[in-house]
Design a protein around this ligand. Sequence first.
Ligand code: FES
Length: 95
Amino acid sequence: MTWAPTAARSASHRLPSTSPWRRSAPGTILDVVEEAGISVLSSCQEGTCGTCETPVLEGDVDHRDSLLTPAEQATNDTMFICVSRAACPRLVLEL
Ligand code: FES
């Protein structure tokens, strides 16, 4: 499973498609983002508070949160990166 954040609408992080942004080991996207030194708000880390909500620009998500309705999940417009994961080879997030 690999994923790569991309440019945001305002201040953004365009990250290279090389390590550490390619991830095949277990771990959350929040873990990877924090390991890369990008500050993302988070609190519960259980997919219940909504703090880490992150827009999805491209890709499919394996939603594991307790917040989005099935209809919201189906749009793949947003995700909670503390628990949800990529369900495709490349997931592009607005960070
Ligand atoms: S930190 Fe609470 S939903 Fe992700």
